[in-house]
Design a protein around this ligand. Structure first.
Ligand SMILES: NC(=O)C1=CN([C@@H]2O[C@H](COP(=O)(O)OP(=O)(O)OC[C@H]3O[C@@H](n4cnc5c(N)ncnc54)[C@H](O)[C@@H]3O)[C@@H](O)[C@H]2O)C=CC1
Ligand SMILES: CC(=O)C(C)=O
Length: 238
Protein backbone atom coordinates (compact mmCIF):
# COMPACT_ATOMS: atom_id res chain seq x y z
CA UNK A 1 0.00 0.00 0.00
CA UNK A 2 1.23 3.51 -0.76
CA UNK A 3 0.17 6.95 0.43
CA UNK A 4 -1.41 9.23 -2.12
CA UNK A 5 -1.31 12.37 0.02
CA UNK A 6 0.48 15.21 -1.78
CA UNK A 7 0.03 13.76 -5.26
CA UNK A 8 -1.48 15.85 -8.06
CA UNK A 9 -4.54 14.63 -9.95
CA UNK A 10 -6.27 15.94 -13.04
CA UNK A 11 -9.90 14.91 -13.48
CA UNK A 12 -11.91 15.59 -16.63
CA UNK A 13 -15.66 16.07 -16.39
CA UNK A 14 -15.06 17.16 -12.82
CA UNK A 15 -18.02 19.52 -12.49
CA UNK A 16 -20.60 16.91 -11.54
CA UNK A 17 -21.35 13.20 -11.21
CA UNK A 18 -18.49 10.71 -10.94
CA UNK A 19 -15.89 13.42 -11.62
CA UNK A 20 -17.07 15.61 -8.76
CA UNK A 21 -17.31 12.68 -6.31
CA UNK A 22 -13.79 11.62 -7.29
CA UNK A 23 -12.45 15.13 -6.75
CA UNK A 24 -13.94 15.19 -3.24
CA UNK A 25 -12.62 11.71 -2.37
CA UNK A 26 -9.14 12.61 -3.61
CA UNK A 27 -9.11 15.89 -1.67
CA UNK A 28 -10.09 14.02 1.51
CA UNK A 29 -6.93 11.94 0.98
CA UNK A 30 -4.79 15.08 0.64
CA UNK A 31 -4.46 14.88 -3.15
CA UNK A 32 -4.22 18.23 -4.96
CA UNK A 33 -6.86 18.34 -7.67
CA UNK A 34 -7.02 19.95 -11.12
CA UNK A 35 -10.61 20.19 -12.30
CA UNK A 36 -11.32 20.20 -16.03
CA UNK A 37 -14.74 20.35 -17.66
CA UNK A 38 -16.98 22.31 -19.95
CA UNK A 39 -18.84 24.48 -17.44
CA UNK A 40 -16.70 26.96 -15.46
CA UNK A 41 -19.41 27.59 -12.80
CA UNK A 42 -19.60 23.86 -11.96
CA UNK A 43 -15.83 23.60 -11.71
CA UNK A 44 -15.67 26.64 -9.41
CA UNK A 45 -18.42 25.19 -7.22
CA UNK A 46 -16.49 21.92 -6.84
CA UNK A 47 -13.25 23.82 -6.17
CA UNK A 48 -15.04 25.66 -3.34
CA UNK A 49 -16.26 22.34 -1.92
CA UNK A 50 -12.65 21.09 -1.84
CA UNK A 51 -11.34 24.09 0.11
CA UNK A 52 -12.30 22.53 3.46
CA UNK A 53 -9.75 19.74 2.90
CA UNK A 54 -6.79 22.12 2.66
CA UNK A 55 -5.54 20.87 -0.70
CA UNK A 56 -4.52 22.96 -3.69
CA UNK A 57 -7.01 23.15 -6.53
CA UNK A 58 -7.00 24.61 -10.03
CA UNK A 59 -9.74 24.78 -12.63
CA UNK A 60 -9.59 24.94 -16.41
CA UNK A 61 -12.66 24.99 -18.63
CA UNK A 62 -12.18 23.04 -21.84
CA UNK A 63 -13.95 20.72 -24.23
CA UNK A 64 -11.89 17.52 -24.21
CA UNK A 65 -12.79 16.98 -27.86
CA UNK A 66 -10.95 20.19 -28.82
CA UNK A 67 -7.28 19.23 -28.93
CA UNK A 68 -5.95 22.78 -28.55
CA UNK A 69 -8.32 23.62 -25.70
CA UNK A 70 -7.61 20.46 -23.71
CA UNK A 71 -3.85 20.71 -24.30
CA UNK A 72 -3.89 24.30 -22.93
CA UNK A 73 -6.08 23.22 -20.01
CA UNK A 74 -3.63 20.46 -19.05
CA UNK A 75 -0.76 22.94 -19.29
CA UNK A 76 -2.55 25.45 -17.05
CA UNK A 77 -3.30 22.78 -14.40
CA UNK A 78 0.33 21.65 -14.53
CA UNK A 79 1.57 25.24 -14.12
CA UNK A 80 -0.71 25.73 -11.12
CA UNK A 81 -0.22 22.42 -9.30
CA UNK A 82 2.96 20.80 -10.66
CA UNK A 83 3.53 17.53 -12.53
CA UNK A 84 0.40 15.40 -12.85
CA UNK A 85 0.64 12.07 -11.01
CA UNK A 86 -2.92 10.87 -11.59
CA UNK A 87 -5.12 11.38 -14.65
CA UNK A 88 -8.78 10.41 -14.49
CA UNK A 89 -10.27 10.40 -17.99
CA UNK A 90 -13.87 10.68 -16.88
CA UNK A 91 -15.56 13.21 -19.21
CA UNK A 92 -18.12 11.49 -21.35
CA UNK A 93 -21.50 11.91 -22.99
CA UNK A 94 -24.22 9.57 -24.09
CA UNK A 95 -27.34 9.48 -26.16
CA UNK A 96 -29.34 6.31 -26.52
CA UNK A 97 -31.52 5.64 -29.57
CA UNK A 98 -32.10 3.28 -32.44
CA UNK A 99 -29.27 3.05 -34.98
CA UNK A 100 -31.14 5.06 -37.66
CA UNK A 101 -32.57 7.55 -35.18
CA UNK A 102 -29.25 8.91 -33.95
CA UNK A 103 -28.04 11.51 -36.42
CA UNK A 104 -24.54 11.34 -37.92
CA UNK A 105 -23.77 14.50 -35.91
CA UNK A 106 -24.81 12.82 -32.65
CA UNK A 107 -22.74 9.73 -33.52
CA UNK A 108 -19.69 11.87 -34.32
CA UNK A 109 -20.09 13.93 -31.17
CA UNK A 110 -20.19 10.83 -28.93
CA UNK A 111 -17.09 9.37 -30.60
CA UNK A 112 -15.30 12.74 -30.49
CA UNK A 113 -15.86 13.31 -26.78
CA UNK A 114 -15.60 9.75 -25.45
CA UNK A 115 -12.75 8.50 -27.62
CA UNK A 116 -10.86 11.44 -29.13
CA UNK A 117 -11.28 13.50 -25.95
CA UNK A 118 -9.70 10.77 -23.85
CA UNK A 119 -6.93 10.37 -26.45
CA UNK A 120 -6.18 14.11 -26.61
CA UNK A 121 -6.12 14.46 -22.82
CA UNK A 122 -3.84 11.46 -22.43
CA UNK A 123 -1.49 12.75 -25.15
CA UNK A 124 -1.14 15.99 -23.21
CA UNK A 125 -0.37 14.26 -19.89
CA UNK A 126 1.59 11.14 -20.84
CA UNK A 127 4.98 12.53 -22.01
CA UNK A 128 5.78 13.88 -18.56
CA UNK A 129 4.72 10.60 -16.91
CA UNK A 130 7.02 8.71 -19.29
CA UNK A 131 9.86 11.09 -18.47
CA UNK A 132 9.28 10.74 -14.71
CA UNK A 133 8.58 7.01 -15.01
CA UNK A 134 5.59 7.24 -12.72
CA UNK A 135 1.87 7.89 -13.01
CA UNK A 136 -1.65 6.53 -12.89
CA UNK A 137 -4.18 6.87 -15.68
CA UNK A 138 -7.74 5.78 -14.95
CA UNK A 139 -10.06 5.54 -17.93
CA UNK A 140 -13.78 5.49 -17.19
CA UNK A 141 -15.43 3.15 -19.66
CA UNK A 142 -18.74 1.33 -19.11
CA UNK A 143 -20.37 -2.08 -19.19
CA UNK A 144 -21.82 -0.73 -22.45
CA UNK A 145 -18.34 -1.05 -23.94
CA UNK A 146 -18.28 -4.77 -23.11
CA UNK A 147 -21.76 -5.65 -24.31
CA UNK A 148 -23.92 -3.95 -26.92
CA UNK A 149 -27.58 -3.10 -26.39
CA UNK A 150 -30.46 -2.33 -28.72
CA UNK A 151 -30.19 1.45 -28.30
CA UNK A 152 -26.55 1.92 -27.41
CA UNK A 153 -24.71 1.56 -30.74
CA UNK A 154 -22.87 4.90 -30.62
CA UNK A 155 -22.16 4.84 -26.89
CA UNK A 156 -21.14 1.15 -26.92
CA UNK A 157 -18.86 1.74 -29.92
CA UNK A 158 -17.20 4.64 -28.10
CA UNK A 159 -16.67 2.72 -24.87
CA UNK A 160 -15.44 -0.41 -26.69
CA UNK A 161 -12.87 1.88 -28.33
CA UNK A 162 -11.90 3.18 -24.88
CA UNK A 163 -11.38 -0.42 -23.71
CA UNK A 164 -9.10 -1.17 -26.68
CA UNK A 165 -7.11 2.04 -26.31
CA UNK A 166 -6.81 1.64 -22.58
CA UNK A 167 -5.61 -1.96 -22.55
CA UNK A 168 -3.13 -1.26 -25.37
CA UNK A 169 -1.71 1.74 -23.54
CA UNK A 170 -1.47 -0.28 -20.34
CA UNK A 171 0.65 -2.90 -22.12
CA UNK A 172 2.78 -0.19 -23.73
CA UNK A 173 3.66 1.89 -20.67
CA UNK A 174 3.64 -0.63 -17.83
CA UNK A 175 7.40 -1.13 -18.06
CA UNK A 176 7.79 2.60 -17.44
CA UNK A 177 6.08 2.14 -14.08
CA UNK A 178 2.87 3.78 -15.32
CA UNK A 179 -0.41 2.17 -14.41
CA UNK A 180 -3.36 2.37 -16.81
CA UNK A 181 -6.68 1.09 -15.52
CA UNK A 182 -9.98 0.60 -17.33
CA UNK A 183 -13.08 0.88 -15.15
CA UNK A 184 -16.35 -0.49 -16.52
CA UNK A 185 -19.16 0.48 -14.14
CA UNK A 186 -22.79 -0.42 -14.63
CA UNK A 187 -25.34 2.34 -14.07
CA UNK A 188 -24.27 5.02 -11.60
CA UNK A 189 -26.83 7.41 -10.12
CA UNK A 190 -25.70 10.63 -11.79
CA UNK A 191 -27.41 13.28 -13.90
CA UNK A 192 -26.35 11.31 -16.99
CA UNK A 193 -28.12 8.14 -15.85
CA UNK A 194 -31.23 10.03 -14.78
CA UNK A 195 -31.33 11.94 -18.10
CA UNK A 196 -31.08 8.59 -19.92
CA UNK A 197 -33.97 7.22 -17.80
CA UNK A 198 -31.74 4.40 -16.56
CA UNK A 199 -32.41 4.90 -12.88
CA UNK A 200 -34.25 6.92 -10.28
CA UNK A 201 -30.97 6.97 -8.34
CA UNK A 202 -32.30 5.08 -5.29
CA UNK A 203 -29.23 4.90 -3.01
CA UNK A 204 -30.48 1.63 -1.48
CA UNK A 205 -30.10 -0.16 -4.82
CA UNK A 206 -28.16 1.90 -7.34
CA UNK A 207 -24.44 2.56 -7.38
CA UNK A 208 -23.60 6.11 -6.32
CA UNK A 209 -20.74 8.21 -7.74
CA UNK A 210 -19.07 7.97 -4.32
CA UNK A 211 -18.76 4.18 -4.79
CA UNK A 212 -16.71 4.73 -7.93
CA UNK A 213 -14.58 7.33 -6.14
CA UNK A 214 -13.92 4.88 -3.30
CA UNK A 215 -12.71 2.24 -5.77
CA UNK A 216 -10.33 4.73 -7.39
CA UNK A 217 -8.83 5.79 -4.06
CA UNK A 218 -8.33 2.13 -3.11
CA UNK A 219 -6.64 1.19 -6.40
CA UNK A 220 -4.33 4.21 -6.27
CA UNK A 221 -3.15 3.07 -2.84
CA UNK A 222 -2.07 -0.33 -4.19
CA UNK A 223 1.67 -0.93 -4.12
CA UNK A 224 3.12 0.49 -7.38
CA UNK A 225 4.44 -2.98 -8.24
CA UNK A 226 0.86 -3.96 -9.15
CA UNK A 227 -1.78 -2.48 -11.43
CA UNK A 228 -5.53 -2.98 -11.40
CA UNK A 229 -5.85 -3.71 -15.13
CA UNK A 230 -9.62 -3.43 -15.26
CA UNK A 231 -12.55 -3.61 -12.92
CA UNK A 232 -16.30 -3.74 -13.30
CA UNK A 233 -18.27 -2.26 -10.44
CA UNK A 234 -21.94 -3.25 -10.51
CA UNK A 235 -25.05 -2.39 -8.54
CA UNK A 236 -27.34 -5.16 -7.39
CA UNK A 237 -29.68 -4.23 -10.25
CA UNK A 238 -27.34 -3.42 -13.15
N1 LIG B 1 -23.74 7.37 -15.01
C1 LIG B 1 -23.60 6.11 -15.44
O1 LIG B 1 -24.52 5.29 -15.31
C2 LIG B 1 -22.33 5.67 -16.06
C3 LIG B 1 -21.38 6.57 -16.51
N2 LIG B 1 -20.24 6.11 -17.11
C4 LIG B 1 -19.24 7.05 -17.58
O2 LIG B 1 -18.76 7.79 -16.49
C5 LIG B 1 -18.28 9.06 -16.93
C6 LIG B 1 -18.89 10.15 -16.08
O3 LIG B 1 -20.29 10.10 -16.25
P1 LIG B 1 -21.35 10.75 -15.24
O4 LIG B 1 -20.68 11.34 -14.08
O5 LIG B 1 -22.40 9.74 -15.06
O6 LIG B 1 -21.93 11.87 -16.22
P2 LIG B 1 -22.41 13.36 -15.98
O7 LIG B 1 -23.09 13.76 -17.23
O8 LIG B 1 -23.14 13.47 -14.71
O9 LIG B 1 -21.03 14.13 -15.85
C7 LIG B 1 -20.14 14.17 -16.93
C8 LIG B 1 -19.26 15.39 -16.81
O10 LIG B 1 -18.43 15.41 -17.98
C9 LIG B 1 -18.44 16.71 -18.53
N3 LIG B 1 -18.24 16.65 -19.96
C10 LIG B 1 -19.05 16.10 -20.89
N4 LIG B 1 -18.56 16.32 -22.11
C11 LIG B 1 -17.41 17.01 -21.95
C12 LIG B 1 -16.47 17.52 -22.86
N5 LIG B 1 -16.62 17.40 -24.18
N6 LIG B 1 -15.38 18.16 -22.36
C13 LIG B 1 -15.23 18.31 -21.03
N7 LIG B 1 -16.10 17.86 -20.12
C14 LIG B 1 -17.19 17.21 -20.59
C15 LIG B 1 -19.84 17.24 -18.21
O11 LIG B 1 -19.87 18.66 -18.28
C16 LIG B 1 -20.05 16.69 -16.81
O12 LIG B 1 -19.51 17.54 -15.84
C17 LIG B 1 -18.64 9.13 -18.41
O13 LIG B 1 -17.51 8.80 -19.19
C18 LIG B 1 -19.72 8.07 -18.57
O14 LIG B 1 -19.79 7.58 -19.89
C19 LIG B 1 -19.98 4.77 -17.22
C20 LIG B 1 -20.87 3.86 -16.78
C21 LIG B 1 -22.10 4.22 -16.15
C1 LIG C 1 -24.57 5.08 -18.88
C2 LIG C 1 -23.84 3.81 -18.76
O1 LIG C 1 -22.73 3.71 -19.17
C3 LIG C 1 -24.46 2.72 -18.13
C4 LIG C 1 -23.80 1.44 -18.14
O2 LIG C 1 -25.49 2.84 -17.55
Amino acid sequence: MQKIEGKVALITGAGRGIGRATAIAFAKEGVHVGLVGRTPENLERVAEELQQYGVKTATAAADVADIDAITSAVESIRNALGPIDILVNNAGISKFGNFMDLTPEEWTNIINVNVNGLYYTTRAVLPEMLERETGDIINISSTAGQKGGPVTSAYSASKAAVNGLSESLMMEVRKKNIRVTTLTPSTVATDMAVELNLTDGNPEKVMQPEDMAELMVAQLKLNPRVVLKNAGLWSNNP
